[in-house]
Design a protein around this ligand. Structure first.
Ligand code: FE2
Length: 288
């Protein structure tokens, strides 16, 4: 879709704007937590989104030494820098600028994520996508997708879109998931660009602006850099209308809600408390 349909395109609007929080995780890595735990219900199936962006090695050098996950998927998207992944299922990979790592923790994985640089900019995102109850104990899986293998397109108004997951404007993304049908787009809006993006009806959706600012929806609600906009779920809306008066870069993320109970204990996300206790015991006793 393009600017020509702007006048008739039925857009989702901003339901609310959320400011993230600065946190420290792993062995002391400074992060900006964009999607916090209190949004897990509203933005089901998404559990967390962190942005890491620093050119101070003290903020990232310690990395994320060996730690477990169970019950969901982690999606790491690098914009700058290099990160080495190793896990107990024998996978190893180097994540570089523009690349994506899609890891299904399933019944359990123990991995480390360590920077492979001693200076310079490290910038990227980690998204947690929930698994349906029936898949929480599935076999762990891991995929490294280098930048050149991520499909994308440039619209006639100069808007650049990378399709990490799902489908946009007929372009099939690098990853497809049946239960949650995630749409994960990285969109670069040149100054003055107007762009409309289709989003499946019923998907929960949000936009995170990581550079510049965006006027969103027919109402043109301003979303500043480092703000997350929760999008309304109006059934008649076809997607979302974006305007970048001064240019912007943003993530558009949407997914089909699972509507199942969410019980999180740190790196384990299950449906019931007893399943968390089982996860803790399994990890402690080396069954991951
Ligand atoms: Fe991890």
């Amino acid at each position: 879709m393009n600017a020509m349909v702007e006048s008739v395109f039925r857009s989702r609007e901003v339901e609310c704007l959320v400011a993230g929080v600065s946190v420290s995780d792993g062995a002391g890595v400074k992060l900006f937590r964009v999607l916090t735990a209190d949004l897990q219900g509203r933005l089901d199936p998404f559990l967390m989104l962190d942005e890491f962006r620093s050119d101070d090695p003290d903020d990232y050098l310690a990395g994320f030494p060996s730690h477990p996950h169970r019950g969901f998927e982690t999606v790491t998207y690098m914009l700058a820098g290099r990160m080495r992944h190793r896990d107990n299922a024998g996978h190893e990979g180097l994540l570089t600028a523009g690349g994506v790592q899609w890891m299904t923790a399933g019944r359990g994985i123990v991995h480390s994520e360590l920077p492979e640089q001693e200076d310079g900019l490290m910038h990227g995102f980690q998204l947690w996508v929930n698994l349906p109850a029936r898949d929480k104990l599935t076999a762990p899986d891991y995929r490294d997708i280098p930048a050149e293998a991520i499909p994308g397109y440039v619209a006639d108004n100069g808007v650049t879109v990378k399709v990490i997951a799902g489908e946009s404007d007929g372009v099939i993304g690098a990853v497809q998931r049946e239960a949650t049908a995630p749409l994960y787009l990285d969109i670069d809006l040149p100054p003055g660009a107007v762009y409309s993006v289709a989003i499946p009806t019923g998907h929960n959706a949000f936009v995170y602006v990581y550079q510049g600012r965006v006027d969103l929806g027919q109402r043109g609600r301003r979303v500043e850099a480092r703000q997350l906009a929760v999008l309304s779920n109006a059934p008649e809306a076809e997607g979302v209308l974006l305007r970048g008066p001064d240019g912007a870069r943003l993530l558009l993320i949407a997914g089909r809600p699972l509507r199942e109970p969410i019980v999180q204990w740190g790196p384990f996300v299950m449906n019931r408390r007893e399943e968390i206790e089982t996860a803790l015991a399994d990890y402690r006793d080396g069954r991951f």
